[in-house]
Structures are given as structure tokens and as C-alpha cells.
Design a binder for this molecule. Structure first.
Ligand SMILES: [Zn+2]
Length: 425
């Protein structure tokens, strides 16, 4: 039975992978609708032939890797349970120490280590792909260092969360998910508060803007929106990537706007001001807080469902999955598998909400800067530097795009430009 279940799972994964390969490489049509051809959103007007070809090719492979990675996690956790790895990790942890907490720490090390090794090929392919296409400029040692930081931060986070969850399960098998959710509120807020000052600096350096002339322009604009100067940062990304970005992070006194130095180096001042105005909208409209509220709401539902699914799966498949009961640490891969699945399932909804905020930010920015020419060029350069698709396939948009497509974003700006031109006349 166990072997059969393993074969079915691998088979399902392969069929799923082949489906997406066919969908992305043969079925999906990324050609622009007729009415957009020749417009400023048409990549043929701002990319050369080689860039056009590369961006299609690169995006297709990237999209495939995206769709392969998450279900691969589910397959991994399933195999870990089915073939008794989880049981073995628990046995090894019990023979190494008699202290419960230390046992959990050892179990987690084994699980994290195996998960890392299993997913390493996909991460490495992803890294070397972006290096081949000259997006990433990061050396292997530097990439590996980031990977190790990721590993230990994840490990540390789970080391805090897992003992609490299993302790709650022991206390109340029926209501642990609700208590876990209550505790997750202060924990999430605390992590969001620490993120920009404790976690992010482990990867990169953050400092005030280097170009003082530009800084004055940016801070003057920020001042209009009542954003204090000490909340605007530059980060050194040029040693890692050619692509451009800017974002808002942190909460309370740690809220900040961060501009990648690549953005500052590659765009003109007018273009940078448009990007900055976009980020200011996120800051002023407090999109992070809406994000946290939405996340907490969904996680209440998610934890409830996790509990129900765990009960059902253990009752039905407990013997095959080698999980005697929910509160046994051996059920952790099942817990992680369900969480990963629910996150993937809800991503179309969270992406939709994010795309709404992003288009608000674009609107805010263009009304603030009133400079559609610079705005359009900044988006064209963004497309070019990341070799991104202007008009991605529908499933890619639904599952992957937390920003509107460049077709939508540039068309909106072009429309503004046309209206504005008519007003002047
Ligand atoms: Zn944004």
C-alpha cells in the first residue's frame, strides 16, 4: 500500500509538471491583443529582437520553475511521512537527548536539512538561470551565504513556533488552532517590526540615499506626504542583481521606504520620482497594515482547516503515514504540507488584493508626478532589466502576479497621457 501511494504521488506530480510544461510552452498565447500592438506597452517598441526572444524564453522557464516548486514541497513532505523518515527523525532525536525541547530542536534540524537538500536543485537551477540571462550578478559564495542565512532564520522561526503548537495540541486537541492563532497575532506584529532592522540587514546594507542632490528631490516629495526623511533608505543590490525594485516594509517606527541602488543608478531623476511616488502611496495608505489584517484573518481560517484536515488524514491514513496521533511531533510534515497547500490555494485571492493596491499606487503616483512620459519609460526599463513578460499567460497572472501586468500598468499610464494631452489643448 505504502509503495503504491508513493508511486501515485510521484506520478501525479509528473503529470502536473507535464501539464504546466505544455501550458506554458505550447498552449499559452502571450501575444498582445491587436489593439495594444504598437502601443507603448508593446515590448516590440522598446526591446530589441534579442531582448524580446530572451524575455519570452526566460519568463517561460521561470514560470515553469514557479509551478514546479510548491507542489514539489508537498511531494517531499508526503514522501518523508510515507517512507518513515519522520519517524526516524523522531527516534534519532529521542536517542540524542532526554529533554523535550532539545528533542524538538534535533527533529527540526533533520527535517530542515532534508528539506533543504531536496529543494536545493530547484533553487540552484533558478539561481544559475538568472545568472545565465544576466539578471543576477551574484557570485556563488554570496548566493550560498544568503541561502544559509535563509536556512537558519527559517529554522529559528520554526524552533519558536513548533514547540508552542505541539504543546497547545497536547493541552487541547480541539481548540489548539484558535490559541495558536491568538498567539500568532503579537508574534506576527513583532516579526514585522523587527524585519527591516534585524532580518533584512543580515542580507544587505541599508543607508541614507548616497546621491545628495537626488535625495533632496525625493525627500521634498516625501515631505509633502508627511513621510519623515529618516524613513527613506537605499540598499546595495547592484552586487547581486541587474533588476530594479523599491518597496515599503516594517511597521510603527520601523516603517520605511527602501529603494534598490540599481533603481537609482539606472533611472533618470524624473523616473525615480515616479517610482518613489508609487511607494509613498503604499506608505501613506498603510497597505502593510491591511496586508497584516488580511493575513491574520486568513490564517484563522487556515489554522482551523489545518486542524480539520489533519484529523481527517490521520484517521484515514494514519497507519500509512506513520502518524499515531496529531499531537505526536511525527505529524509535523503533514502540518507543513497542509499549510503550504492552503497558502498556494489562497494565493490567487491574496494576489488579487495586492494587484488592487498596486494599481492604486500607480494611480496615486501619476496624479502626484503628472509625468506620464517618465512613468512609462520607468516601467519599460523595469521590464527590460528583469526580462519580464508584458502579457503573461492567465494562470501565471492568477498565481504569480502580485502586481498588475506591465500591459495593464503601461496602458493605464498611456491613457492618462492621452487624456492629459487633450486637457491642455
Ligand atoms: Zn508597489
Amino acid at each position: 500500500m505504502v509503495r503504491k501511494m508513493g508511486v501515485y504521488a510521484v506520478l501525479a506530480y509528473v503529470i502536473y509538471g507535464l501539464f504546466f510544461y505544455w501550458y506554458l510552452f505550447y498552449f499559452a498565447d502571450t501575444k498582445l491583443p491587436f489593439e495594444y500592438q504598437g502601443s507603448k506597452a508593446d515590448p516590440a517598441t522598446f526591446l530589441n529582437g534579442r531582448e524580446l526572444m530572451l524575455s519570452e524564453e526566460y519568463s517561460k522557464i521561470r514560470n515553469l520553475l514557479f509551478f514546479l516548486s510548491t507542489p514539489f514541497e508537498w511531494l517531499f513532505y508526503f514522501v518523508i511521512l510515507l517512507f518513515g523518515f519522520s519517524r526516524a527523525f523522531k527516534r534519532w532525536s529521542e536517542s540524542s537527548s532526554k529533554y523535550k525541547l532539545l528533542q524538538t530542536a534535533i527533529y527540526l534540524i533533520w527535517l530542515s536539512f532534508f528539506a533543504y537538500v531536496a529543494t536545493f536543485p530547484l533553487s540552484y537551477i533558478s539561481y544559475s538561470l538568472s545568472k545565465t540571462y544576466h539578471i543576477s550578478t551574484q557570485t556563488f559564495p554570496s548566493w550560498m551565504k544568503d541561502e544559509l542565512i535563509d536556512f537558519w532564520i527559517n529554522y529559528g522561526t520554526w524552533l519558536i513556533i513548533v514547540p508552542v503548537i505541539y504543546w497547545l495540541m497536547k493541552k487541547s486537541s480541539k481548540r489548539w488552532w484558535f490559541y495558536a492563532w491568538l498567539l500568532s497575532i503579537p508574534f506576527t506584529l513583532f516579526m514585522m517590526f523587527l524585519q527591516p532592522v534585524v532580518i533584512d540587514p543580515l542580507y544587505n546594507n541599508f543607508y541614507p540615499l548616497k546621491n545628495k542632490e537626488l535625495e533632496t528631490k525625493i525627500l521634498t516629495m516625501a515631505d509633502k506626504a508627511h513621510i519623515p526623511a529618516k524613513h527613506v533608505f537605499e540598499v546595495n543590490m547592484a552586487e547581486k542583481t541587474n533588476s530594479m525594485n523599491a518597496y515599503v516594509t516594517g511597521i510603527g517606527s520601523n516603517a520605511r521606504i527602501v529603494l534598490w541602488d540599481t533603481t537609482l543608478n539606472k533611472l533618470s531623476d524624473r523616473q525615480i520620482l515616479f517610482i518613489m511616488a508609487h511607494e509613498m502611496c503604499h506608505y501613506v495608505e498603510k497597505h502593510i497594515y491591511f496586508g497584516i489584517a488580511g493575513y491574520l484573518l486568513l490564517s484563522l481560517l487556515g489554522l482551523y482547516l489545518t486542524n480539520r484536515i489533519m484529523d481527517w488524514a490521520i484517521k484515514r491514513w494514519g497507519t500509512e503515514l506513520k502518524i499515531p496521533e496529531k499531537k505526536d511531533l511525527r505529524s509535523l510534515p503533514l502540518f507543513l504540507m497542509i499549510i503550504s497547500f492552503l497558502l498556494f490555494a489562497v494565493s490567487p485571492l491574496t494576489n488579487l488584493a495586492s494587484r488592487y493596491e498596486e494599481s492604486r499606487a500607480d494611480n496615486y503616483a501619476i496624479h502626484m508626478t503628472k509625468d506620464p512620459e517618465a512613468a512609462i519609460i520607468s516601467f519599460q526599463k523595469l521590464t527590460k532589466s528583469g526580462l519580464s513578460q508584458v502579457n503573461p499567460p492567465l494562470l501565471v497572472k492568477i498565481f504569480r502576479y502580485d502586481h498588475p501586468t506591465m500591459l495593464d500598468r503601461i496602458s493605464m499610464l498611456e491613457e492618462y497621457e492621452i487624456q492629459h494631452r487633450n486637457q491642455i489643448k
